[in-house]
Write a protein of this length. Structure first.
Length: 248
C-alpha cells in the first residue's frame, strides 16, 4: 500500500535528509587511501548519535552495520571491513537516517585517491542517471518514465542498469510501496501523486547488468568483476516538482 505524506511529515523527513547530507559531506573529506570502510561506518554511527539520530538499517533483518560500503565490483550492501581502501578504488556509502522517527535514505559513490578515466566516467554517468530520473519524478508521470530516462541515458553511454535492485517508497519504515525500477518503458507503471516519497537509486555497471550474491547473503556484485556505482536521493513528489530531501 502506498502512503501519501502530509506537508508536515515531508518537512520532518527533510530534516532527516539534511542531517544525512551533512554526514555525506564529512565523508567526502575523509575518504582517501588508507581509511577502512569499518572506520567510516563507526564515524557515521557516532556522527548520527551526536546529532540525536540513529542509523536505521543497523539491525534491519539482522544487518549488523550502520552503513553499506560497496567497493569496486560490489553493486550494493557491501559489509564494512577492516581492510584499508586503496588508491584507485571506488566506494559507495549507503545509509538511512532516523531522526525522531522520520527517515531519509541516500547513497553516494566516491573516488579513492586517483582513479582511472573509465571509473571517472562511470561515476559521472551514474550521478547523471540519478538526476535524469529525478527530472521525471513529477505529479502525473509514471514510474516507467523514471526508469526509461535512466536506462536510455546509461545505455547511450555504454553502461548497463542493474535490474535486481530497485528504489522504493520510504516513510515510517525503510521500504514501502511502490518499487521504483531504474529501467522500463515511458507511460507505464503507477502514476506519481503529490505526497509520495520515494528513493531513486540507480546502480550502473561498467559491464553486464547481472549480479551475484556473496556468501554473507547481503552483498551483491557484478558477475564479470567490472565496476559498479550508485547514487541515491530521497525525493518527495510535490506540486512544485520533485523535492530532493537529501540534497548535499
Amino acid at each position: 500500500m502506498i502512503t501519501l505524506k502530509s506537508d508536515r511529515e515531508i518537512q520532518l523527513m527533510h530534516e532527516s535528509g539534511k542531517l544525512l547530507a551533512a554526514c555525506h559531506k564529512e565523508l567526502a573529506k575523509m575518504i582517501e587511501p588508507g581509511i577502512s570502510t569499518l572506520e567510516i561506518d563507526h564515524f557515521v554511527e557516532k556522527y548520527l548519535k551526536k546529532h540525536g539520530a540513529t542509523a536505521e538499517q543497523k539491525g534491519y533483518k539482522g544487518y549488523e552495520f550502520a552503513t553499506c560500503a560497496s567497493i569496486n565490483d560490489e553493486i550494493c550492501h557491501g559489509y564494512p571491513r577492516k581492510a584499508p581502501l586503496k588508491n584507485g578504488d571506488i566506494v559507495t556509502i549507503d545509509f538511512v537516517v532516523n531522526l525522531n522517527g522520520s527517515l531519509a535514505d541516500s547513497a553516494w559513490s566516491y573516488a579513492v585517491g586517483h582513479i582511472s578515466n573509465e571509473a571517472k566516467e562511470l561515476l559521472e554517468v551514474t550521478e547523471n542517471c540519478l538526476y535524469k530520473g529525478i527530472e521525471q519524478a513529477c505529479i502525473g508521470n509514471r514510474i516507467g518514465d523514471i526508469g526509461h530516462a535512466i536506462q536510455t541515458y546509461a545505455e547511450s553511454k555504454g553502461f548497463s542498469v542493474v535490474k535486481d535492485f530497485t528504489g522504493h517508497g520510504i516513510g515510517a519504515t525503510i521500504h514501502e510501496d511502490p518499487q521504483i525500477l531504474h529501467y522500463g518503458s515511458p507511460g507505464r507503471g503507477i502514476r506519481l501523486k503529490e505526497g509520495m516519497v520515494i528513493t531513486i537509486e540507480p546502480m550502473i555497471n561498467e559491464g553486464l547488468w547481472q549480479s551475484q550474491m556473496d556468501a554473507n547473503g547481503w552483498t551483491a556484485r557484478t558477475i564479470d568483476g567490472k565496476l559498479s556505482a550508485q547514487y541515491e536521493h530521497t525525493i518527495a513528489i510535490t506540486k512544485n516538482g520533485p523535492l530532493i530531501l537529501t540534497q548535499q
